[in-house]
Design a protein. Structure first.
Length: 737
């Protein structure tokens, strides 16, 4: 992965971390023990800050560092976890998100607008930190003389500090040969360490540098010895190298480490080579981690055969020390832990991030493959070859498996979309002064990602409408004996090959009389015309229709509900409303699981071929008695039906043996009269051209194996047509068993 690809991965992962951060913030107040959520919030901010530092995005690092500092105080309990803190951190999350998007658009430094937007947030954050101003982070790259100081250069204050009294961290870093090839810049880690504190000294170690003739310009031979003065703990310092844990070896010694620990570090890094041991010791002296006399004594003892006993025996009288500890080898431990944890979380190691465009292209190709397979099947029917038919049967089975696998790749859980509305409810409820909770059910329900992307906006309007119009004020709820806190509920489940999404509230419900009066006033319905509840409530989806007595920032202008219906209809879906005055309202959205490929059932009317989604078909029965009515009796129940020949004005006489295809949409059933049943077939959905968008009863088209076009029937629209058919007599009604 090159640096550009790594940067794009950073943007994608940062967006995901920000979503996780928002979800955790919105749920933290409802938890009895919020420590896990607070830790998750802290890790998200820390990871974004660390990753941004690797790419030199200091304007993200600077702001995220302050937010992380406040989160650290929340984590250790010295700052409150209350509504005001959550609101502040949500605002910080939004600002970090805007900085990430600015970086994705090419911005690399903070501009005046970005700085201005950050000031109110920084002021509030520093209040929690007890700091009037943020301290500027040092720029370690300006210290080029320190960065490239040769090993052995005497330190001006080398004698002023003993090894056991060195109050700084010592980091011994050896980059792997492939770190540059993997898109990582070693200097970026120094920049990040500079954000954690002050880098006092750096010595470049060139022991691994080969002869010029053997040098590979794309390989890294760099080693660094670093003296870092920082208040950060070990885990934070180790985290600086998280992204190259497989491409480097890091050994970290804490402040006030023992002489034995430094001697072990020298021995490990020098690998027993006397010259390397001397250079390593000189580097430690230059970093002020060892005194010169300590180094001389150590080198003298290292030359003895009993070097292995040096770190375990008592030190010289002038250097009494406790039993030394083993070398703190941070990187190998982290690497093992990281690999083990990944093995335990099989979902992480076995997953691959793929561009959505590549998945879309794959599904398109699978669609073409299905069409080509069907064409091969048609051509093969005229050939009397058992081997050919068997081969095509095997091919058709494999194509179906490929289709199912390709579509499954695009299936995503709707929970991620639902969780976005936690923030909507949180912010909007506070804006209008209501106490509202969001309940989510069925978040594991899966559907095609293209459907998820297109349903987000309609759902947003429905949720905001429930908050503004549905949930009453606290006073009104108290009068009705309801709890002060209202609830908006999102629910999703599968039904008859579709996904059903419900947006419910426990508010005051819709006023049937008020809606009807407004509709009569606007001329949408005739006065005195009998209408069912569903028909009346459905009037709210008419353009410009609103019964709101007051226009708010959210709604009341009659703009939106018609757009909701139009967008859902464009997805081959249907929306309906059910409401009980004083109890609440439920808006139900029914959508197809995918917009690309379906299992279809082909029928004919005359020479025209029509396709129905297989999941909505209950059964097929023979239609032998035609009394002229548009309904029949099926096992004791009235079944309304539609004559497709009449609906689409198909020329010619009906077949002598017609059939009724019984279709179920939700809880309702109806029939379709067709001439012939062709059976199941995989169907690739092609959108209708704009000039045919006005056609009712047709939701799309498909290419048959013969090259002809088949029309896909719009089942929800056909259902609405049958609801207008009211059977008023039963005599002569054909009966089917």
């Amino acid at each position: 992965m090159n640096m550009a690809d790594a940067l794009q991965t950073f943007f994608v992962e940062s967006r995901e971390l920000l979503e996780d951060m928002e979800t955790a913030l919105l749920g933290v107040l409802a938890e009895d023990d919020p420590s896990d959520s607070v830790n998750a919030i802290f890790r998200a901010a820390h990871t974004i800050k660390g990753s941004a530092g690797l790419f030199g995005l200091d304007f993200i690092v600077d702001f995220a560092h302050v937010a992380e500092s406040v989160l650290d105080k929340v984590r250790d309990g010295t700052a409150p976890t209350d509504d005001a803190m959550v609101t502040l951190l949500l605002a910080c999350r939004d600002h970090i998100g805007s900085l990430v998007e600015a970086a994705a658009a090419g911005q690399r430094t903070a501009d005046a607008e970005t700085t201005l937007r950050a000031q109110p947030l920084l002021a509030q954050l520093h209040l929690h930190l007890g700091q009037p101003h943020a301290a500027p982070a040092p720029d370690v790259l300006n210290a080029s003389t320190i960065l490239h100081a040769p090993a052995g250069t005497p330190s001006p204050n080398a004698s002023a500090q003993g090894a056991r009294h060195a109050d700084h961290w010592h980091i011994s870093l050896r980059f792997g040969a492939d770190v540059l090839r993997n898109g990582m810049d070693p200097l970026s880690f120094l920049r990040y360490l500079g954000k954690l504190g002050t880098i006092d000294r750096i010595v470049t170690m060139a022991d691994a540098l080969p002869a010029l003739a053997e040098l590979d310009a794309e390989s890294c031979y760099l080693g660094l010895e670093i003296a870092l003065r920082s208040e950060a703990d070990r885990s934070v310092i180790e985290g600086a190298f998280e992204f190259v844990q497989d491409d480097c070896v890091v050994r970290i010694l804490e402040p006030h480490s023992t002489l034995g620990e430094y001697l072990d570090l020298m021995q490990v890094q020098a690998d027993g080579v006397q010259g390397s041991l001397k250079r390593m010791g000189d580097a430690l002296v230059h970093c002020q981690s060892l005194m010169q006399d300590e180094l001389d004594a150590a080198l003298a003892r290292a030359a003895q055969p009993a070097i292995a006993e040096l770190s375990s025996e008592a030190a010289a009288p002038s250097l009494p020390s406790p039993e030394p500890m083993p070398v703190h080898d941070a990187a190998p431990a982290r690497q093992k832990t990281g690999k083990d944890s990944k093995d335990a979380r099989t979902g992480e190691t076995q997953s691959v991030r793929v561009d959505a465009e590549k998945l879309d292209r794959l599904v398109d190709l699978v669609g073409e493959l299905i069409t080509a397979s069907a064409a091969a099947g048609v051509a093969g029917r005229g050939v009397q070859s058992a081997a050919l038919h068997e081969a095509h049967s095997t091919l058709a089975g494999l194509v179906q498996e490929v289709r199912d696998s390709a579509l499954q790749l695009r299936m995503v859980k709707i929970g991620a979309t639902f969780n976005r509305f936690r923030r909507v409810v949180h912010d909007v409820a506070r804006e209008i002064g209501k106490d509202i909770a969001l309940a989510i059910h069925g978040e594991d329900t899966e559907l095609d990602k293209t459907v998820v992307e297109k349903i987000a906006d309609p759902l947003t309007h429905l949720v905001r409408n429930s908050i503004d119009h549905g949930i009453e004020s606290a006073e009104r709820r108290a009068e009705r004996g309801k709890p002060a806190q209202g609830t908006v509920t999102l629910n999703a489940y599968h039904d008859s090959g579709s996904i059903v999404i419900e947006v419910s509230d426990d508010g005051g419900g819709l006023s049937r009389e008020k809606i009807l009066a407004k509709a009569v006033e606007r001329g949408l319905v005739e006065a005195g015309k009998p209408l069912g509840d569903g028909e009346i409530y459905g009037l709210i989806f008419e353009p410009g229709f609103s019964t709101a007595e007051q226009v708010t920032n959210l709604s009341g202008r009659g703009v939106g509900m018609d757009v909701v219906k139009r967008n859902i209809t464009a997805l081959r879906g249907v929306v309906s409303v059910d409401s009980q005055p004083g109890v609440g309202t439920t808006v139900t959205v029914r959508l197809p699981l995918t917009l690309a490929i379906i299992n279809g059932f082909q029928v004919t009317v005359g020479n025209a071929v029509f396709v129905l989604p297989l999941d909505v078909i209950e059964e097929c029965v023979e239609f032998t008695v035609d009394t002229g009515h548009d309904y029949a009796e099926l096992r004791g129940q009235v079944l309304p039906f539609i004559r497709l020949r009449k609906l689409f004005k198909v020329a010619g006489a009906p077949s002598a043996r017609q059939s009724i295809v019984v279709v179920k949409q939700g809880a309702q059933r109806f029939g379709l009269i067709v001439d012939r049943l062709l059976g199941e077939a995989q169907t690739v959905i092609k959108p209708m051209a704009p000039m045919f968008a006005h056609l009712e009863g047709i939701s799309g088209s498909s290419i048959l194996g013969s090259g002809e076009v088949a029309l896909i029937l719009d089942v929800p629209m056909l259902l609405r047509q049958t609801q207008n058919t009211k059977p008023v007599e039963r005599s002569g009604t054909p009966s089917f068993s």
